[in-house]
Design a protein around this ligand. Sequence first.
Ligand SMILES: [Zn+2]
Length: 210
Amino acid sequence: MKIQPFTFNPFQENTYVLSNEGQCFIVDPGCSNRTEEQELVSYIESNNLKVKAILNTHCHIDHILGNAFCCNTFDAPLWMDSRDLPNLRSGKVLSDMYGIPYQVSPEPDLLLDDQKTIKLNEHELELRFVPGHAPGHIVFINHSLKWVIAGDTLFQLSIGRTDLPGGNHDQLLDSIRRELFSLDDDYEVHCGHGVSTNIGFEKKHNPFLK
Ligand SMILES: [Zn+2]
């Protein structure tokens, strides 16, 4: 399975395309203008990928700006955790507040709440529920390649903010300790913002988790 990162929109959000043998997932499509949309389309087309689903780690506005574009353009379903539906549904209010153009996201086609794994061909991703930054935040783990798409839970030397609706600082720390720090030190962490890191480095140096 290959990971291709893109950094999109005024919030510098990381969108990831996870692909394997002609199929892909788009995680947190943040494309917010023609240029960014075209960048994503070019990648998908030049690699002859069929988009199996759009996945949201959580539904803050910077992670869903491209949901509608991607679902429509690639004729793909939206998969997410139901506990982030309030965030998904407040997208329009927030985008208006920030003055960002936003095509309202469709409602999810599949709720991942009770799903332990999802598959791209024979490659499996484990899902873990990691509330704290957002109430319905999930992460996607590839155990065979030892990486995790962590959304806005853990960043290099930082953690996600917890001052937005449904956020809870202690819950976020618990989620990171239980669901991420239980992974081996050499698991790579692909974050929703900024550079990638790994579990061992964050266990040792992250000031929020000492
Ligand atoms: Zn967020």
